[in-house]
Design a protein around this ligand. Structure first.
Ligand code: MN
Length: 283
């Protein structure tokens, strides 16, 4: 389970303490790019995504280095987990700066996602972000962007020069102002968000948000109850929009008490399926 999701779709359930998370992750190369520099990682309570850059295979290596480093975060309360994330980002930074790019460009990557921690006995999401991938939360039919993009167009939006909708199609939209690697110091934003049964998290790369408006993203998330269906519908919408970039999506539901029995049964099915799969691989 502790490998990266790239050019594939996966789904499963995770039990963290008394909570059940039902998740799906998809990473698709899109219709224009030759390689997929995005990747996703789902671990015990960690839902993380990275969008690498640097040309040739450097972006792929950079996003993998970031996620493999963050896979080793020590999960504790908010403050200790954040300290561990900062330490793992510094370690990834060294790996990424060591990537040999023959283009002369620095390799780098965005990172965003959520880690489920326990703070004073209560579950909390520690959300992190560097760059222009995004973490959203859908609760009661309302889609809220938790992270803020570190991008030139976001600065123009904040200053009132362009609207968020203009930013989505602005030619400067790919210029990011913070990254892990890319010749910058890793400077992550952190957000603490209470974990609420019935909520859905969406973590995505700009290959989704560059092609699909937030309103449609919210509609597709609300219309598809199964996280795997929701993730597939979002990828399909991004491809229909042009698929100009790699598209990576994690959808994760925090199940309420009444949904847990069904999810546990589904998890048993998944385990049986996984056992069959590894048997097939062994042949
Ligand atoms: Mn991208």
């Amino acid at each position: 389970m502790n490998s990266l999701v790239r050019d594939e779709a996966r789904a499963g359930t995770i039990e963290v303490g008394e909570l059940t998370l039902r998740w799906a992750a998809v990473s698709d190369v899109g219709l224009v790019r030759e390689t997929n520099e995005d990747a996703a990682f789902v671990g015990a309570g960690s839902l993380l995504l990275a969008d690498g850059m640097g040309g040739h295979d450097c972006g792929e290596i950079a996003s993998a280095a970031a996620l493999n480093s963050l896979a080793d975060v020590d999960i504790d309360d908010l403050e200790k987990t954040r300290a561990s994330v900062v330490e793992r980002l510094q370690a990834a930074q060294s790996d990424i700066e060591g990537i040999d790019t023959d283009s002369g460009r620095h390799a780098g990557t965005t990172v965003t996602g959520a880690i489920l921690v326990i703070e004073n006995g209560e579950p909390q999401w520690l959300v992190l972000n560097i760059g222009d991938s995004r973490t959203y939360r859908l609760l009661g039919g309302v889609l809220e962007q938790v992270t803020q993009d570190h991008s030139q167009v976001q600065e123009l939006v904040d200053a009132g020069f362009i609207t968020a909708e203009q930013a989505r199609v602005d030619p400067r939209r790919n210029v990011i102002t913070r990254a892990l690697g890319a010749g910058m110091e890793p400077d992550a934003d952190f957000f603490a968000v209470p974990v609420t049964p019935g909520e859905r998290l969406l973590i995505c790369s700009d290959g989704l948000t560059g092609e699909v408006e937030d309103e449609q993203i919210g509609e597709l998330l609300s219309a598809n109850e199964d996280p795997a269906d929701a993730a597939a519908a979002l990828v399909a919408a991004a491809l229909a929009g042009g698929g100009r970039d790699n598209i990576t999506i994690i959808v994760a539901d925090v199940l309420g008490a009444e949904e847990e029995t069904a999810a546990t049964e589904a998890a048993d099915d998944d385990e049986a399926a996984a056992a069959t799969e590894s048997a097939a691989e062994a042949e």
